[in-house]
Design a binder for this molecule. Structure first.
Ligand SMILES: Cc1cc2nc3c(=O)[nH]c(=O)nc-3n(C[C@H](O)[C@H](O)[C@H](O)COP(=O)(O)O)c2cc1C
Length: 355
């Protein structure tokens, strides 16, 4: 249950409160578009010739170890109610041994008084923690300002979110996206921690990933379509928004993974598969398609709302088990074996790829 005094807070804080409230209380999913992962068929083996116990999905990502390849996508920070959410998520991730992304640091750069809502190192000293900033805000902040914020929260990396569709739905949105690839490149060169780029649930295309491949970023987090629709969230926030028209805009997650893999092609940059990933089976399909890491946001927030860090731990343990069972059924003991697996694409996914 989210409790707050709505009239005592700033616009940025209000936006964070609205987002948390809408995502937990309304249907914010895509209307018809799916991730298309349902059209990926894996090479099931009734005789995998390994033991389930041998499956070990541990990995490393941007210099930190993960007990299994799950990175909680950016959710919150900046509103007083974000504090408990972040601490619960961080506690659970520390217990399981995986990483998390914090929500946009814009609020703390604008108002340093609320910086503590992002502090998680007291409960999560060892794990990967990413700071976050919107790409359009790179026009407003210097490298030094962002670096200072990252240092305050003791982040291991910076996630820059690229979200043209979401910004266009907000009356107050930043919609000047001129020359932002140069900004990403500059920040990737100059920020003191590794930088990666993420969408917010509408997908990253071949063309964008190709441009990103020329920069010094270390990973692309696809955040494809099929899960939480941010045009939908912002149309619920602003009654006059065009959000309903654009609710289903974007590239399905399966397409975004495949296009990004083709675009990054041996560049050494990692791929994170996100956007509507709801089961361990879908997560393993994403790895077979070429991802190195998976993650999600809304299911983690819902598990937190249900039962705090305990709810998230239970959710993640179950998710991990689903991934291990899927790997076992393919006869794969680890991520690199999964990435060499054959797969078949059917239906809509095949049609899309053929074009
Ligand atoms: C309540 C909430 C707040 C979010 N805030 C941010 C944010 O500050 N920065 C960001 O990059 N993404 C943010 N996201 C987007 C998620 O990181 C993710 O890209 C998106 O929800 C799609 O993943 P899903 O389908 O698993 O929810 C937020 C998501 C939720 C649910």
């Amino acid at each position: 249950m989210l409790i707050y005094n709505y009239f005592m807070v700033s616009l940025t804080e209000k936006r964070k409160i609205d987002h948390l409230k809408l995502c937990t209380q309304k249907d914010v999913s895509f209307k018809e578009k799916t991730t298309l992962l349902e059209f990926v068929e894996l090479n099931y083996s009734c005789l995998p010739e390994i033991s389930l116990k041998e499956v070990d999905l541990s990995t490393s990502f941007l210099g930190k170890n993960f007990f299994f390849p799950f990175l909680v996508s950016a959710i919150t920070g900046g509103a007083q109610i974000s504090k408990k959410v972040n601490l619960d998520i961080a506690k659970a991730c520390q217990e399981i041994g995986i990483g998390l992304g914090l929500g946009s640091m814009r609020a703390m750069i604008e108002n340093p008084k609320i910086k503590d809502t992002y502090f998680v190192r007291n409960v999560a000293p060892d794990i990967f923690v990413a700071g976050n900033i919107g790409v359009a805000q790179l026009n407003n902040y210097s490298v030094q300002q962002v670096d200072d914020a990252l240092q305050l929260i003791e982040a291991d990396a910076l996630a820059i979110h690229v979200n043209s569709a979401q910004e266009a739905m907000q009356p107050e949105g930043d919609t000047d996206f001129n020359n932002l690839i140069q900004k990403i490149s500059l920040f990737a060169d100059e920020i003191n921690v590794p930088v990666y780029v993420k969408e917010v649930g509408h997908g990253i295309s071949f063309d964008v990933s190709k441009k990103l491949s020329q920069t010094n970023i270390k990973a692309v987090d696809v955040q494809g379509a099929g899960g939480t629709s941010w045009t939908r969230v912002d149309s619920l926030r602003h009654k006059k928004s065009f959000g309903e028209v654009f609710r289903d805009i974007g590239l399905p997650t399966a397409i975004s993974i495949i296009e990004t893999k083709n675009a990054l092609n041996n560049s050494g940059k990692k791929i994170v598969a996100t956007g509507g990933i709801r089961t361990g089976l879908e997560a393993v399909k994403s790895i077979v398609l070429g991802a190195d890491m998976v993650g999600n946001a809304l299911p983690i927030l819902k598990a937190q709302q249900k039962n705090g860090s305990k709810g998230i731990i239970e959710y993640l343990k179950n998710f991990k088990k689903e991934m291990e069972i899927t790997s076992f059924l393919l006869g794969c003991k680890n991520i690199s074996e999964l990435q060499k697996q054959d797969f078949v694409v059917l239906g809509k996914l095949k049609d899309w790829l053929q074009q």
